[in-house]
Design a binder for this molecule. Structure first.
Ligand SMILES: Cc1cc2nc3c(=O)[nH]c(=O)nc-3n(C[C@H](O)[C@H](O)[C@H](O)COP(=O)(O)OP(=O)(O)OC[C@H]3O[C@@H](n4cnc5c(N)ncnc54)[C@H](O)[C@@H]3O)c2cc1C
Length: 345
């Protein structure tokens, strides 16, 4: 029996795939995708499965699990550390190594699950950093053209939790990612107030890399945001919804005490977690199924054991509708939904 998508994802929902291929080197990865494309078989790339919700009917094609490995580095005092990481490398191993080698720029991204190759897909971010700050280039296999392509950072279409790779998900297979990191034992300026407070520094100050990593991991663990098999609050996709980015008119409708952060093009980002809590959806809330809002973070929808994708999506729809009824704002899912959708409002 091939593994089900529940076995391959951190939310642990999703039925069987028609076929599962584990690609341990780049040639196998490209071959698996090319073979599927040549026969008209749908192919789904899965790294750590930490940003995927797959429907209960499973996947009617080939799931290609990306397990490619390899890290190469060059460094000099002018350019810093140039670190090229194969797509299948676990992301947090990359961060741990960067901290140990005194390469600054990803320390606040400690503890994010999944693969290095998926980090540019949704431009992962946390605690004031995002990979767009340090990605130098992304090398891909272009399924439409059948050739390898290299995108420099400026061509990656990075935005808040998005990129050209997320916008056109079928097309790009990320093969490796090159990061350019600063050589320093101290972090980039700490931009996130909660992290600065935990470190005992002012916002904008720097701190030793190892201390930043330890503080981020502690903050994340307290919110169920570091994977732990024994903790159902971590059986999730992390944040289920993105933080809404509002224009002037939308921002004007927010209550005075709602969080407001500057966003590109003069827009305003607010906190989805705040909206959810103020809509009366408490931590631990459920509709009576084994899917429930995390007991540690209102933005994570979790599987308490035996939940189906339909259970999670019904809960997600209820949260979305409660926020919409209260604030007129429609929350958008952050993970990739495959073979399933939120029930209509
Ligand atoms: C507990 C928890 C905490 C989290 N915290 C954060 C956080 O703080 N910040 C944040 O941004 N995210 C967070 N996430 C979400 C998730 O960890 C990230 O989005 C991560 O980068 C996904 O990596 P993955 O390898 O698991 O991707 P997957 O879930 O396997 O895939 C995600 C998408 O990327 C595609 N994909 C995967 N690999 C490739 C590839 N090589 N080439 C092309 N496409 C590919 C998939 O097809 C899919 O569409 C969290 C998730 C969990 C479970």
């Amino acid at each position: 029996m091939p593994p089900t998508l529940a076995d391959l994802t951190t939310l642990r929902v999703g039925g069987a795939a028609r076929e599962v291929v584990v690609a341990e080197d780049e040639a196998a990865l490209v071959y698996a995708v090319r073979r599927a494309d040549a026969t008209g078989t749908p192919a789904l790339l899965v790294g750590g499965g930490s940003n995927l919700v797959v429907g209960d009917d499973g996947y009617p094609g080939t799931v290609v699990v990306v397990r490619t490995r390899g890290v190469s580095t060059e460094s000099d005092t002018c350019g810093g550390a140039w670190v090229t990481v194969a797509a299948g490398e676990p992301w947090d191993d990359v961060v741990a190594r960067a901290v140990a080698e005194e390469w600054a720029g990803v320390e606040a991204l400690s503890g994010i699950p999944g693969s290095a190759g998926a980090t540019p897909v949704q431009n992962v971010g946390a605690y004031g950093q995002e990979v767009a700050d340090v990605v130098a280039r992304v090398r891909t296999f272009d399924r439409a053209a059948g050739v390898q392509r290299t995108f420099m950072a400026a061509d990656c279409g990075f935005g808040y939790r998005t990129s050209r790779f997320k916008a056109d998900p079928w097309r790009h297979v990320v093969l490796d990612v090159s990061f350019q990191l600063r050589l320093s034992p101290t972090s980039e300026p700490v931009r996130y107030a909660e992290l600065a407070h935990a470190l005992g520094v002012d916002v904008g100050a720097r701190a030793p890399l190892a201390e930043v990593r330890a503080a981020v991991l502690a903050l994340r663990r307290a919110k169920g945001m570091v994977l732990d098999d024994a903790d159902h609050d971590t059986w999730s996709v992390g944040s289920f919804f993105t933080n809404p980015v509002l224009d002037d008119a939308g921002a004007a409708t927010l209550p005075a005490d709602a969080p407001r952060y500057p966003a590109p093009a003069g827009r305003v980002k607010t906190s989805a977690a705040w909206l959810i809590e103020r809509s009366g959806v408490g931590r631990g809330h459920s509709l009576g199924s084994p899917a429930a809002v995390s007991t540690k973070h209102s933005l994570a929808l979790t599987n308490r054991g035996g939940a189906s994708a339909a259970d999670v999506l019904a809960l997600a729809a209820e949260v979305r509708d409660r926020v919409h009824d209260r604030f007129g704002i429609t929350l958008e899912p952050e993970p990739t939904l495959v073979g399933c959708a939120l029930p209509p409002a």
